[in-house]
Design a protein around this ligand. Structure first.
Ligand SMILES: [Zn+2]
Length: 452
């Protein structure tokens, strides 16, 4: 088991100093000493000027006495006031950390409502993987936070292990549609502005929180059992069905394979702009106009993003080094969908990508690929190959039973690779040690798996 932090250390952080790392993959993100139980975001956004003003209430409880603690918030945002439990407190905001000093230390187990009023022109933050976070579009805005861009637009504990329910209220100019996570519970129009209120009941990682704003038309593609909606620029209407029309069947197929869809509904949002890659948020995915060309050419991406609702959004990694638990599964879902919809079989895709992996210069262990390589296609494809090797070893019946139990047992929770290994061992009497050793922990690519 590589890496420095064991699971126990991970789930019970006990240090409050911001200098202690929560995750060696993102040493600057996340904070210790407290546990967030809820976020309430009240945001006002002007599309023309890209001006965001917000009041965010972070409800949290402390693990230990805290004489100070921190939240992540990009330095470009200006903090106007911080209150704890209704009283103003001192704070310092620099290099992406908002360090807050309570008037009297918070006792261990103390409850805090931390209210931050702030504003500015949000822009994405620079990371080793490019810029992430709030982005202006030609005519609107979107959030592409993965892995640590949420703090570009709201103060938070910006690490996936800190999942919490959210309420997101956004007021913006009336012609714009606002999509955020969860159920739309109210929409009020007043003086040329509309206020949209979304309630995200199931706990959500900050990187999956998103506000997407644009001039979109809404269409319900299927009303149930899992309602599937689309939001798109009206001019793309003629192409929508060709590119996204099979999502209801996808939801049904994935429900049979992976277990119940974990959220109340699913929405695909297509922006007016082209996007290099689509991205998942909790309860919806965002695609570029280029992904909606009226053909099935990008259908694998449509399947991939949908699969993230189970793998990533409901069942979320507790540390980024386990990202194969998101991307390997979503990639394997592409292959499963291909086979289900009459295309190449999962085994044919496995052979296709095995050849590519064999030719790739990347050689790092899948279960700890290193921060630099965590979003490499190599992780995605080798992750899917690992699941294929496991499936060939234990057979379809046990394999899919394991996957369904995985999404059930860990629904809305955080997981590690060790959790998956432990659960898999309860589904088979077949020895699996060599699979984990060869596919997860050894940098070299093992031979193509065979059925036992
Ligand atoms: Zn993905």
């Amino acid at each position: 088991m590589p890496g420095k932090l064991g699971k126990t250390a991970w789930h019970t952080p006990t240090l409050s100093a911001a200098s202690h790392e929560l995750d060696p993959y993102l040493p600057g993100s996340g904070n210790l000493g407290y546990r967030v139980s809820r976020y309430d975001l009240d945001l006002e956004y002007r599309v023309n000027s890209n001006r965001l003003n917000g009041t965010v209430v972070v409800t949290a409880s402390s693990y230990q006495p805290l004489d100070r603690f921190s939240l992540d918030l990009a330095s470009g945002m200006r903090v106007e006031r911080v209150m704890i439990n209704g009283r103003r407190v001192r704070y310092r905001h620099r290099t992406g950390k908002l360090t807050i000093t309570p008037n009297t230390p918070i006792p261990a187990g103390g409850a805090m409502m931390v209210e931050v009023r702030y504003g500015g022109n949000p822009r994405p933050v620079r990371t080793a993987w490019g810029t992430v976070g709030w982005e202006e579009l030609e005519n609107g805005a979107l959030c592409a936070n993965q892995p640590n861009g949420a703090h570009s637009w709201f103060p938070c504990d910006d690490h996936p292990e800190a999942k919490a329910p959210f309420r997101i209220e956004v007021t913006t100019d009336a012609p714009y549609y606002v999509l955020a996570n969860g159920r739309l519970i109210s929409q009020r129009r007043r003086a040329g502005q509309t206020t949209w209120v979304y309630e995200q009941v199931e706990p959500m990682a900050t990187y999956l929180a998103a506000v997407q704003i644009g001039q979109y038309e809404r269409r319900t593609m299927v009303d149930g059992p899992v309602p599937v909606h689309a939001l798109f620029p009206p001019k793309l209407a003629p192409r929508l069905e060709g590119s996204f029309g099979r999502q209801p069947q996808m939801v049904q197929a994935f429900t049979e394979m992976f277990g119940p869809y974990p959220f109340p509904a699913y929405t695909s949002l297509i922006t007016e702009d082209d996007l290099e890659i689509p991205l998942e948020s909790q309860g919806f995915s965002t695609f570029g106009a280029n992904h909606c060309d009226g053909t099935r050419d990008h259908e694998r991406l449509v399947a991939h993003e949908l699969a993230h609702q189970w793998f990533g959004n409901s069942v979320t990694v507790a540390r980024w080094r386990d990202i194969w638990l998101h991307e390997g599964f979503a990639c394997y879902a592409e292959w499963l969908w291909s086979q289900h919809s009459g295309g190449k079989s999962a085994d044919e895709w496995a052979r296709h990508y095995y050849a590519k992996l064999a030719a790739s210069p990347v050689r790092v262990p899948l279960a700890d690929p290193g921060a630099r390589d965590m979003f490499e296609d190599w992780v995605y494809k080798r992750g899917a190959m690992t699941l294929h090797a496991l499936r060939l070893r234990i057979g379809d019946g046990d394999f899919f039973a394991l996957i369904r139990r995985w999404t059930e047992k860990y629904a809305y929770r955080c997981v590690t690779t060790e959790d998956f290994i432990a659960l898999a061992s309860t589904f088979t009497t077949a020895p699996l040690g060599d699979i984990w050793r060869d596919w997860l922990f050894t940098p070299a690519l093992p031979p193509f798996p065979t059925m036992r």
